[in-house]
Each structure stands twice: as structure tokens, then as C-alpha cells.
Design a protein around this ligand. Structure first.
Ligand SMILES: Cc1cc2nc3c(=O)[nH]c(=O)nc-3n(C[C@H](O)[C@H](O)[C@H](O)COP(=O)(O)O)c2cc1C
Length: 195
């Protein structure tokens, strides 16, 4: 029997009532068969400092990097701050973009899906385009479609932060299915290269 696809999810917002954290929770309820989701809280990740990196990754960063390494795929919920990703998210990705002593880069070749919710009219489209650009450098394969762009987020969630918008739920389900397909294709390619 096929092993489950294990996904690590994280959101670039730290606030309790975050729509992006709520989007990760919604994803958990919409996972395709054979996929599991673990979420990682970025709050303990310190600000990037290359002097600190040179003397050893801090504990929270090491934990984050190991969770990424252990996952088959990533699911990232990005807010849009000033037409880009939040500093919280960029900072965490910067830590995960650095090689370890064995030259392993956690983000490299890691199948990834991105999504986002904003209170504005464009649903994080500009932040997501920046995120795609960041992942060019890290050589991270991304699901391209469907785009999960939740504009006017307060209308898409109820008071308990449950995703109630049916179109958004459909796009999110589609994104997770495409992420599963990307992982399966990558695993098949790796297996055929090993033969
Ligand atoms: C510093 C800052 C910058 C923001 N810039 C944008 C923006 O460029 N575009 C947008 O649609 N919303 C912007 N917003 C509003 C966010 O979309 C809104 O706060 C959203 O709820 C953040 O995501 P969260 O709910 O996951 O925390 C900004 C909010 C903050 C705090």
C-alpha cells in the first residue's frame, strides 16, 4: 500500500485571528485520501542573522528545518503585507534556504503549494507572485494552478474562522489534489532514476 503523503503547513501570520492560519485549518478538513497535514507555528523563529547561522542553527530553526526535511511537501498560507509576503514568512524561508554542513537545503526540490487570504480586493496575488520568485532561487517546485486567492477574507470565513465560501473550498481542494499529484510524479521520477 502507498505511504501517506505527509505535508507540513505554515502561515506567515502570527495573530490569533489570522485568516491564513484559518486557511491551513480549512485545508486540514479538505485533504485528499492518503494525505496528512502537520502545522508548524513560526512564532519561535528568531530573526535571521548569518553570524548566528555560522555558529549553528538556533533550536527553533533546526526544528523547522527538520520538519521540512521530514515532510513530503509543503503548504504555505501567505498574508499580503505591502504587496509582498510578511517579514515573518520571508524570515523563516531565509533560514530554510541555507545549506547545512552536508550541503542539504531543506527547500530544494520540496514540492510546495501556496495560498493566501487578505482583507483586500486582490486576495494576496501580489504576495504570491513574490513568493514564486523567492522559490526560483531555492529551486522549489510549485503547484501552479489552481490559485487560492481569498479576497475580502472576512466574507469567506464565519465568526469561528471556518471557511464557509464554497468556491474557495473547491479551489483549496483542487490545490491539495495537485500537490498530491506533484509529490507522486516526483517520487516516480526518483524511483525510475534509481533503477
Ligand atoms: C503591515 C500590513 C500590510 C498590509 N498590506 C496589505 C496589502 O498589501 N494588500 C492587502 O490586500 N492587504 C494588506 N494588509 C491587510 C491584510 O490583508 C490583513 O491584515 C490580513 O488579515 C492579514 O492576514 P492574516 O489575517 O492572516 O493576519 C496589510 C496588513 C498589514 C498589517
Amino acid at each position: 500500500m502507498r505511504q501517506p503523503i505527509h505535508v507540513l503547513g505554515f502561515a506567515g501570520s502570527l495573530r490569533r485571528g489570522s485568516y491564513n492560519r484559518a486557511l491551513l485549518q480549512a485545508a486540514d478538513a479538505l485533504l485528499p485520501d492518503g494525505m496528512t497535514l502537520e502545522t508548524f507555528d513560526l512564532s519561535p523563529i528568531p530573526l535571521y542573522n548569518d553570524d548566528v547561522r555560522a555558529s549553528g542553527f538556533p533550536t527553533a530553526v533546526q526544528e523547522f528545518r527538520e520538519r521540512i526535511k521530514a515532510a513530503d511537501a509543503l503548504l504555505i498560507a501567505t498574508p499580503e503585507y505591502n504587496y509582498s509576503v510578511s517579514g515573518v514568512l520571508k524570515n523563516a524561508l531565509d533560514w530554510a534556504s541555507r545549506p547545512d554542513a552536508n550541503k542539504h537545503v531543506p527547500l530544494k526540490n520540496k514540492p510546495t503549494a501556496i495560498m493566501g487570504a487578505s482583507s483586500g480586493m486582490f486576495g494576496t496575488v501580489r504576495a504570491q507572485m513574490h513568493l514564486r520568485q523567492i522559490f526560483v532561487y531555492t529551486d522549489t517546485p510549485l503547484v501552479s494552478q489552481p490559485q487560492v486567492l481569498l479576497a475580502n477574507a472576512k466574507d469567506k470565513f464565519d465568526a469561528n474562522l471556518h471557511l464557509i465560501d464554497e468556491d474557495s473550498r473547491g479551489f483549496l481542494r483542487g490545490l491539495l489534489e495537485r500537490l498530491a499529484a506533484l509529490v507522486t510524479a516526483q517520487q516516480a521520477e526518483t524511483a525510475s532514476a534509481a533503477r
